[in-house]
Design a protein around this ligand. Structure first.
Ligand SMILES: Nc1ncnc2c1ncn2[C@@H]1O[C@H](COP(=O)(O)OP(=O)(O)O)[C@@H](O)[C@H]1O
Ligand SMILES: Nc1ccn([C@@H]2O[C@H](COP(=O)(O)O)[C@@H](O)[C@H]2O)c(=O)n1
Length: 255
């Protein structure tokens, strides 16, 4: 199905005529490294029957903040290869690209997201992912609530709160198997940057969350409640309208 058909089917599902563009419901999912953010997003999509669907037809999409790491200089790349670059500091991200992409998504536009290669610590511009307009967009990452302008864009904010020992125990094998790291590198990076930056930049953003999800994807009750809420938004004939999805600071003034 083409892009226009997709937009029209989404609009129908929400009681809009095909010329109206719907503002997607934007959900931020924050939490420490390996807390289960992407697994929680995956569960939400699975329960909504969206996981194994053609991506052009999805009503719910999930995007990782890791796609918005900034390009490194050659000197920074050399440090990163030894686990000596701080990827957990807000300065490691391209905040403007993140903001511009999310605002385009909120305007109902199709956007292109770079993929990220953890093995080379670089953005892969040759493999961009197309994000088609959707009804619900999940944006997950360690610092999605850190930047005030970006934080204000979310309609709902979730914080995945998993014990730090569990997170480290999950991060070590993941980084070795999936991100091409060796044990020393993972542990040095964790103790030098990841843990202190979590305390300084990520953990304090928990206070902005609407819902805190203890134990991540193991917390099936929390996930069921969130899925129920999203289902209501997707329900055909839902009373939710375009402006009611807008963050407070972007809604037109009522007279
Ligand atoms: N509830 C869980 N039980 C066991 N392993 C899990 C659970 N949640 C996540 N994992 C594993 O932990 C690692 C990190 O999970 P992930 O969802 O990618 O975290 P994040 O997106 O927060 O970095 C992955 O290897 C994942 O398969
Ligand atoms: N080149 C990179 C980029 C990021 N990281 C680490 O990834 C973590 C964030 O991703 P999660 O899936 O774990 O949330 C973050 O803690 C960075 O340290 C990296 O190691 N290399």
């Amino acid at each position: 199905m083409g892009e226009n058909n997709m937009k029209s089917s989404n609009c129908k599902a929400n009681g809009l005529d095909s010329n109206e563009t719907k503002t997607p419901f934007l959900i931020g999912v924050a939490g420490g490294t390996a807390s289960g953010k992407s697994t929680v997003c995956k569960r939400i999509m699975e329960q909504l029957g969206q996981a194994d669907m053609d991506h052009t037809l999805r009503q719910v999409v999930s995007i990782s903040q890791d796609s918005f790491y900034r390009e490194l200089t050659e000197a920074e790349k050399a440090k990163a290869a030894k686990g000596l670059f701080n990827f957990d500091h807000p300065d490691a991200f391209n905040e403007k690209l993140m903001y511009d992409t999310l605002t385009s998504i909120l305007e109902g536009k199709k956007v292109y997201i770079p993929s990220y290669d953890y093995r080379t610590n670089s953005v892969d511009h040759d493999n961009q992912v197309v994000i088609y307009p959707a009804d619900v967009v999940l944006f997950e990452g360690i610092l999605v609530f850190y930047f005030p302008a970006i934080r204000d864009l979310f309609h709902m904010k979730l914080f995945v709160d998993t014990d730090s020992d569990t997170r480290l125990a999950r991060r070590v094998p993941r980084d070795i198997k999936e991100r091409g790291r060796d044990l020393d590198q993972v542990l040095i990076q964790y103790m030098t940057f990841v843990k202190p930056a979590f305390e300084e930049f990520c953990s304090p953003t928990k206070k902005f969350a609407d819902v805190i999800i203890p134990r991540g994807a193991d917390n099936t009750v929390a996930i069921d409640l969130i899925v129920h809420h999203i289902s209501e938004i997707l329900r055909p004939g839902s009373t939710a309208n375009t402006t009611s999805f807008l963050p407070l600071n972007r809604r037109p003034r009522e007279h």
